[in-house]
Design a binder for this molecule. Structure first.
Ligand code: UDP
Ligand code: MN
Length: 271
């Protein structure tokens, strides 16, 4: 049994829409029985009211302001403003009060306990379905370290990111991920892209029951869909299996998040 003290699940929200995702993620982690700390990194774009909601379920609501943070990060922002959200995610490396963290995108949903991820080492992640020699940076196991943070920021300034986001940057920084150590390849069930249900339906039918984390990757997030408050169903024109996953996200929202948001807050917001 790993000691739970020094380990945390960490996510990021830069606005109230992603904060709703973070609320659902945290509830799903607790429903799955984790006793680890939950940390949400936020930027000034998250409203005061939403910070209070986050504070009720997260162990720590941790403000990160890229412009006011480390000098290198500030410099990178000035010369490469497109790296803003990317560099914000990198702040997970500054959480040195923890010996290990699992970073999870705010658009992920946990369906089963994943505490065993803390037995893995930096940098462990699952493949990206768009380019499987790269890992997807929506779920990864890492070890906080200020030295690594500075190296990552320097890398961002010098080399940039081939996709403009954190995933391109992290895949060049941890460039041997694809070949060095198979133990750092997380099974796909720890970061299953929701669209896999229609891109490879037979595999989903075979392995889908084992899925532990769903990732709603792409521009359309669960909170962009309409939810029928009477029928408790999400309205969608996606495939049946993808729709079921969306429904599971909305079930957590409706049962565990919405009742605490008073008055009713529709999470739908453009962008
Ligand atoms: N994020 C955020 N605000 C943004 C964009 C992204 O807080 O405007 C955070 C959030 O945690 C999100 C993660 O960065 O889950 C990665 O972005 P996203 O999930 O939208 O990318 P995708 O997984 O679709 O490639
Ligand atoms: Mn994502």
């Amino acid at each position: 049994m790993a000691c739970s003290q020094g380990e945390a699940f960490v996510t990021l929200a830069t606005n109230d829409s992603y904060a709703v995702g973070a609320l659902v993620l945290a509830q799903s982690l607790r429903i799955a029985g984790t006793t680890h700390d939950l940390v949400v990194m936020i930027t000034p774009g998250v409203s005061q009211g939403m910070r209070e909601h986050l504070g009720q379920v997260y162990t720590m609501v941790h403000p990160v302001d890229v412009m006011d943070s480390k000098d290198e990060a500030h410099l990178a922002m000035m010369t490469r403003p497109e790296l803003g959200v990317t560099l914000t995610k990198l702040h997970v490396w500054t959480l040195v009060q923890y010996s290990k963290c699992v970073f999870m995108d705010a658009d992920t949903l946990v369906l089963a306990n994943i505490d065993d991820l803390f037995e893995r080492e930096q940098l462990s992640a699952a493949v990206d379905i768009g380019w499987p020699d790269c890992f997807n940076s929506g779920v990864f196991v890492m070890q906080p370290s200020l030295a690594t943070f500075h190296d990552l920021v320097a890398h961002a300034i010098e080399k940039g990111s081939f996709d403009g986001g954190d995933q391109g940057l992290l895949n060049t920084f941890f460039g041997d991920w694809g070949t060095a150590d198979i133990k750092k390849h997380l099974p796909f069930i720890y970061n299953m892209t929701a669209s896999s249900t229609y891109t490879y339906l037979p595999a989903y039918k075979q392995f889908g029951k084992g899925v532990k984390v769903v990732h709603f990757l792409g521009s359309r997030k669960p909170w962009h869909y309409r939810f029928n408050a009477q029928s408790k169903n999400v309205e969608h024109s996606d495939g049946a299996y993808a729709g079921e996953l969306l429904q599971q996200w909305w079930n957590v929202f409706a049962c565990h998040v919405q009742p605490k948001l008073d008055p009713w807050v529709a999470p739908v917001e453009s962008g």
